[in-house]
Each structure stands twice: as C-alpha cells, then as structure tokens.
Design a protein around this ligand. Structure first.
Ligand code: UD1
Ligand code: UDP
Length: 381
C-alpha cells in the first residue's frame, strides 16, 4: 500500500487533477489524500463540487489581490504540518502555478517523493509566462517522477538531463476531463447564453495572464469591440476571471458594449459545452489551448510565446500576441474567409486520448513494485 497526496489550488489544476484523484481512489493499493491550498477559492470550489472530489485538507489561503509572496509563504507554512502528519509516500502536483512549485518545495523539505503531472512544458523564457515558466522548471528540478503529456515535453526534460526512466508520456489529463463533460445537444442553464440565437457565431474569450495585465489587456479588449461591430452575426461570450485587475480593465473597455456578454467564470461543464458551440476562441489560457483543438475550434492565443507547440504545428492554434491590429485582423479573417476558417478548424488530439489518469495510477503502482503492469505510452494520433 502506498499513500499518495494530491495537492492543488487553482481552477486549472483542479480540472486536470480531478481525473487523477478519481482514478487513484479506484486503486485498492493506493491510500489517496487530497489537500487544497485554495490559492483560488470560488473558481476552485466550482470544480471540486462538479467532480465530487473528497477533500482531506483545505489550507484556505486565498486573499483578494494576493501577491506571489503571499501565496508562496502561506502555502509553504500551511503544508508543513499537513505533510508531517500524513507522511505520504508521494505528493502529486500539477503544472506551473505558485501552488505547484511551493507544494513541491514543501514535500522536498521532508524528502517526500514528488510526482509532477504535466511535466516538461517549456517556453525557455522565464518571463513568459510569468511566473509559470520558472514554477515549472523549479518543480522539474525537485520531481522524482515526471508525467509528461507529450513526446515534446519528454524531449524538453531529457534536454535538462532528466533520467528517461523517470519520465512517463501519459497524455494530458485535461482531455480525460473534457471527454467526461462535453455532451451533444447541451442546454445552458444560464438564460443569457441559452438565448444567443442559433445563427449567431460565438467568439469565446478568456484572459488572465499576469504579463498581460494593464496595457496589453486593454489592447485585446479594444480589438474585441471592433470585431463584434465589424462582423455583425457574431457575439462575444467572455467569462471574466475573478482577478480584480482583470475585472477593472474589462469593465473600463467592454461594459455595456452590444454583442458582448460579460459573465462570471463559468462552471466547467457549461464552459466546455460553450466551447463546443463556439466558432472561435481567443484566450491567453494554457488549458484552453489544449481543449479547443480537440473540439476542432480555431484558437487565437493572446500571448507571444506558448509552451504548447503541438496544436500550433497542427494548424489549429495561432499565436497573435496582444497587439490590437494583429488580433483584429487575425480574427476578422477567420470569421469572414471560409477557407481560412476551414484550414484551422480541423479537430486534432495531440494532447490526450482520455486515458492519462489511468497511466499515472499504473505508473505509480509499477514504480513501487505493487503491480507488474507497465503504463502504456500515450501516442498522439
Ligand atoms: C493563477 C496562476 C496561473 C493560472 C491561473 C488560472 C500563479 C502565480 N498563477 O493565476 O498560473 O493560470 O491561476 O486561473 O500561480 N480570485 C478570486 N477568486 C477565485 C480566484 C481568484 O477572487 O476563485 C482573485 C483574488 O483576488 C486573487 C486574484 O484573483 O488574489 C488572483 O489570483 P492568483 O491565484 O493570485 O492568480 P491568477 O491570475 O488567478
Ligand atoms: N474554464 C472554466 N470556466 C471558465 C473558463 C475556463 O471551467 O469560465 C476552464 C477551461 O475549460 C480550462 C481551465 O478552466 O480547463 C483553464 O483555466 P485558466 O484559463 O484559468 O488557467 P490556465 O489553463 O491558463 O492555467
């Protein structure tokens, strides 16, 4: 029997760890514990409730307008006692948030083995995305087992001299979560979204990156305003992140603009189903860059770099940055030139096949000698 504690704190970590926790709970040889840092509160709870995740510990650290120092200090302090009490064999962390790195550090201080889920994503630029690129590299240094979503991620880790035998290419667990939630003929409970007429094309938008706060976000929002005016059969749906700085810029630029629906962060199930009903997606999110290609939705990424090159190579994702003109023209072309649209709207699945969580559980049992079943490798088709 091994004890595995999964630690996460933000919305995307919860979405991507939910399938892992569910899978670990099915394995009789794994004693599964869940610890929330609650770096996010409401946006995290939405996911924990949706997937009915059993929570053993909740550090409840979120403060409005928190700094990186606040998050780091509060998570580190909070985890000391939890880890001392539970003494897990493994701590599993996900991705690249400040919770991820700090939880890995807290585990390392007690010499607890660390499994990094979604390991090996890299832009190579510590300032983009900030601070995520540093978080994921630092977590990589501390990790004992690396669950790389793709072959590219594995190669990134090998380049950093990680031992190949500690790398498992498992696919991205976000596809496990996505496949469990997108449904045919989905009806939206939100009356505003359900009321969008069928012939309207939906432009789905999200923004939250720290390096885009301030002027870049204003540029993005001005491009959106021009877009709904220039292409009259479109409507923007924009679930606005709870970061007060994002909200301030959104309300200055987009409040009351016809054709733009500003809504609260959506629950995962209606959100993914809205993505499936959208024409295009404009986002600076990481997870959405992985989900939308699987649904055949063109994505314009509001960033200058991406650690997810696979869908760019497949042609469904384009980096457009945060320049107003560039965003407007790229989106305008997609919405008015059928050929350009078709060239991007190809469904591709470079990130997963829905079996990533199984591979992670298999790998942990295999490494610990509790099973002879070697995890299969995820191969993108
Ligand atoms: C964090 C992660 C980022 C990830 C993003 C996902 C870091 C440094 N950043 O960024 O990698 O992509 O989450 O969304 O780890 N807030 C609420 N309620 C919530 C969530 C946030 O009120 O449920 C507000 C709070 O005022 C909080 C602020 O948003 O202080 C910012 O949250 P924070 O976790 O610090 O940064 P994010 O930009 O969300
Ligand atoms: N998401 C959601 N509701 C929303 C917006 C996004 O459930 O209103 C989901 C989305 O499907 C993806 C994840 O949140 O799985 C991405 O989170 P976010 O963009 O906040 O973080 P990132 O992926 O950039 O770290």
């Amino acid at each position: 029997m091994i004890k595995v504690m999964t630690i996460f704190g933000t919305r995307p970590e919860a979405i991507k760890m939910a399938p892992v926790v569910k899978e670990l709970l099915k394995r009789p040889d794994i004693d599964t514990k869940v610890c929330l840092t609650a770096q996010h509160r409401e946006m995290l709870d939405q996911v924990v409730d949706l997937f009915h995740l059993p929570v053993d510990y909740d550090l409840d650290i979120m403060k409005s307008g928190q700094s990186l120092y606040d998050i780091t200090a509060r998570v580190l302090r909070g985890l000391e006692d939890v880890l001392k009490k539970e003494k897990p064999d493994y701590v599993l962390v996900h991705g690249d948030t400040t919770t991820t790195f700090t939880a890995a550090l807290a585990a390392f201080y007690q010499q607890i083995k660390i499994g990094h889920v979604e390991a090996g994503l890299r832009t190579g630029n510590l300032l983009s995305p900030f601070p995520e690129e540093a978080n994921r590299q630092l977590t990589g240094v501390l990790s004992n087992v690396n669950f790389a979503p793709t072959e590219t991620a594995r190669e990134n880790l090998l380049r950093e001299s990680k031992d190949d035998k500690n790398i498992y290419v498992v696919g991205n667990t976000v596809i496990d979560a996505l496949l469990a939630t997108v449904k045919k003929d989905y009806h939206f409970e939100d009356a505003e979204i359900e009321a969008i007429e069928e012939h309207k094309r939906v432009i789905l938008v999200t923004t939250h990156r720290r390096e885009n706060l301030g002027a870049p976000m204003h540029h993005v929002y001005r491009a959106l305003r021009r877009l709904v005016e220039a292409v009259p059969d479109t409507e923007v749906v924009f679930p606005v992140h709870r970061n007060p700085l994002v909200r301030e810029a959104v309300s200055e630029e987009l409040e009351g603009v016809p054709g733009i629906h500003l809504v609260e962060p959506m629950e995962y199930e209606p959100f993914t189903n809205l993505m499936a009903r959208s024409a295009i997606v404009l986002t600076d999110s990481g997870g959405i860059q992985e989900e939308a290609p699987s649904l055949g939705k063109p994505v314009l990424v509001l960033r200058d770099t991406t650690e997810r090159p696979e869908a760019v190579e497949a042609g469904t994702v384009k980096l457009v940055g945060t320049d107003e003109e560039k965003i407007f023209h790229a989106a305008y072309e997609l919405l008015t030139d059928e050929k350009a649209y078709k060239a991007m709207a190809e469904a591709v699945n470079p990130y997963g096949d829905g079996h990533s969580a199984e591979r992670i559980a298999d790998a942990l049992l295999y490494i610990e000698g509790l099973s002879d079943k070697k995890p299969t490798k995820f191969i993108a088709k």
